[in-house]
Design a protein around this ligand. Structure first.
Ligand code: URA
Length: 283
């Protein structure tokens, strides 16, 4: 018996996205992307209004608003494969601005636990993006989201750094950590090489988000808080990281909405600093 649902375009019986259980318009276009489903309500605690939307497998979603700006959040799960599913299905239901918020392992001496890393681009070692574009295709953040994340960190008086990060498909061997039994894997020198190249940090999802958004014509950014100081070999996770990410996410949504409003008023496609100061004649 046919379900009437195409295998090439899987959906639930009710017509929702198959994994996220979301329908068109369920979430506002700006979506915060933590990996951990438990972090979705934590991010939403910073908003003025929040409600649950769906929760299936590793994908939990909520929507709400902060300072009258509609905002949503959806977990991606850990790593490229689950993030690729989230990104596609969120785009299908109308999400357009993707802001990854997560934790990271800092690679540079000048970084400390608690600092924020805003990725301008990400090395594509996460696996999933390889099915979308050849590996010479860069995984770059949208400059408008980089600007919005900078503005948010400045408003919140946070210490932040900008640079190229590395998204890996493996937390242990792929980030030069000893695996079970001390097994070193095939990348024991990866960390050293990245540090020498000035790469800021390890995480596992940004490259998938950047690559797919760039190919799809959507905007993407990523800000991660350092919980692993790989230079000093110190690990400092904790609820404080969730609180920092929640404030960065809410503020960035507001800044981005402000930038977009200035573009709309000026009839411009791209945001640039003099739009804000009014120094440019857009008439
Ligand atoms: N996330 C990672 O992928 N690596 C770390 O070291 C910390 C968080």
């Amino acid at each position: 018996m046919s379900s009437g649902i195409e295998a090439a375009r899987p959906a639930t019986e009710g017509g929702q996205q198959y994994h996220l259980h979301l329908s068109q318009g369920d979430l506002p276009p700006t979506v915060l992307l933590p990996g951990d489903p438990g972090r979705v309500p934590t991010l939403a605690r910073a908003w003025d209004r929040a409600e649950d939307v769906a929760y299936h497998r590793e994908y939990r979603s909520m929507r709400g608003s902060y300072h009258d700006v509609p905002v949503s959040a959806c977990s991606t799960g850990i790593g490229g494969p689950s993030t690729e599913i989230a990104l596609n299905e969120l785009a299908e239901v109308g999400c357009r601005n993707f802001i990854r918020l997560g934790t990271t392992g800092g690679l540079q001496e000048w970084m400390r636990a608690g600092d924020i890393v805003i990725s301008t681009a990400a090395i594509r070692w996460e696996g999933a993006s390889a099915s979308y574009a050849p590996d010479v295709y860069p995984a770059c953040a949208s400059y408008e989201l980089v600007l919005a994340l900078i503005e948010a960190c400045e408003r919140l008086k946070l210490t932040y750094h900008l640079g190229v990060s590395a998204s890996t498909a493996s937390f242990y061997a792929g980030q030069s950590r000893p695996a079970f039994g001390g097994y070193r894997g095939i990348e024991p020198k990866r960390m050293e090489q990245l540090t020498a190249m000035g790469v800021t940090s390890f995480e596992m999802e940004a490259a998938t988000i950047f690559t797919l958004c760039s190919l799809f014509g959507l905007r993407a950014g990523a800000a991660c808080v350092v919980i692993a100081d790989r230079f000093r070999n110190e690990f400092k996770p904790g609820p404080w990281a969730d609180d920092v990410l929640a404030r960065v996410g809410a503020e960035t949504a507001v800044v981005l909405a402000g930038q977009d409003e200035q573009k709309r008023r000026a009839g411009k496609e791209y945001f640039f600093p003099s739009l804000q100061s009014g120094a440019v004649d857009c008439g």
